[in-house]
Design a protein around this ligand. Structure first.
Ligand code: NDP
Length: 329
């Protein structure tokens, strides 16, 4: 079975040289263990943080060991109660083709009738949950309010944009290509801005929503965050989900207009999705309903083969994905 290991810690943008493919033997499952063949794995921006050797909310990856991350797989052999060959399971044993793990490290998933398995890594999984919890719990959107979301065509952002429409908000979203902006408009987004070609991001957002924004859902940080502060209305809520524009930088720079947080009484609140784990049943119920109604749609970008996982991961930082970036194993 092949696995991807971290060979060296990236300095700036990760490159293929930071990764290596290794082949390992996978033993038969012992008592209480399960042998799983992975079918899908996720690459996510937060993994960049784990490639740097510093303390964070998740420990750094070790050099020379297989990377970890969300994955879906099929049970091949089981020595544990509750798991049988053919079962669909999710785990954090991504970046490898097969593995043996104790049953407690696996979650058995019910195959949903109207969605493919890999949706559990996207719209019905961690990114969807992040969008749902961040927008609804921190943003507290009310009908008629204006929501600004950066990274609007990504796994999290595309769900934020659509839930904001379901909640009756005006939505302004940014993305890095015209095709991504077209997709957002087709999903009902009122104003989609290509931040790479618009020239003046502040001017473009102002022109789109002259009365300002009530909620900012931040996936990008940097200039986007500064623009959001500039156009925020008093008491606007900021859901600080991520700041991908700074993940490869040695040092992040802060918004130069941060003083406006005081005068506008802004509420800027960061979060990690695990804080909202208790919302999962409600998230799954709402999301499966919205999918069935056609109110939530999604895109995915799929690379084939575990050896492509580094390329998929690196592609996140240049916008190589529309919707969820996935690797099919
Ligand atoms: P995406 O699917 O959004 O993929 C990343 C996207 O970011 C790319 O497609 C690209 O799109 C955009 N991007 C990359 N570099 C830049 C840049 N310099 N400036 C602007 N946009 C850029 O990833 P996710 O949906 O999985 O994650 C989105 C954000 O949410 C990340 O910041 C991530 O860290 C965060 N996150 C936080 C969680 C939490 O618990 N707090 C959980 C999950 C995700 P484009 O073409 O538009 O540039």
């Amino acid at each position: 079975s092949r696995e991807i290991r971290l060979k060296s810690r990236p300095d700036g943008l990760p490159s293929a040289a930071n990764f290596e493919v290794a082949t390992v033997d996978v033993a038969a499952p012992g008592a209480g263990e399960v042998l799983v063949r992975n079918t899908w794995m996720s690459v996510d921006p937060y993994m960049r943080g784990r490639m740097t050797d510093r303390a964070s909310y998740v420990p750094p990856f070790a050099l020379g060991e297989a990377l970890q991350g969300g994955a879906l797989g099929e049970v091949v052999a089981s020595n544990a109660e509750g798991f049988a060959p053919g079962d669909l399971v999710s785990s954090f044993f991504g970046w490898r083709e097969s593995f043996v793990a104790p049953a407690a490290a696996l979650e058995k998933l019910a195959r949903a009738a109207n969605v493919p398995d890999q949706a559990y890594l996207g719209v019905l999984g961690m990114p969807g949950h992040t969008a749902y919890a961040g927008l609804l719990e921190i943003g507290q959107p009310k009908a008629g309010e204006t929501v600004f979301v950066s990274g609007g065509a990504g796994a999290v952002g595309s769900v934020v944009a659509q839930i904001a429409k379901i909640k009756g908000c005006t939505v302004v979203a940014t993305a890095g290509t015209d095709a991504k902006c077209d997709w957002l408009r087709a999903r009902g987004v009122d104003h989609a801005i290509n931040y790479r070609t618009c020239g003046d991001l502040l001017g473009a957002v102002r022109a789109a929503v002259p009365k300002g924004i009530d909620i900012y859902f931040d996936n990008v940080g940097g200039e986007h965050l500064e623009v959001a502060i500039e156009v925020a209305r008093p008491y606007a809520r900021f859901a600080e989900c991520g700041m991908i524009s700074g993940y490869n930088a040695a040092e992040m720079t802060g918004p130069r207009n941060i003083i406006q947080v005081v005068g506008k009484s802004l509420r800027i609140r960061g979060f990690i999705v695990s804080e909202f784990a208790a919302l999962r049943p409600q998230f799954l119920a709402d999301m499966t309903g919205w999918i069935a109604d056609g109110r939530i749609k999604w895109e995915e970008t799929v690379l084939d083969g575990v050896e492509k996982a580094p390329d998929a991961f690196i592609g996140l930082f240049s916008g190589g994905n529309t919707g969820k970036m996935l690797v099919k194993l």
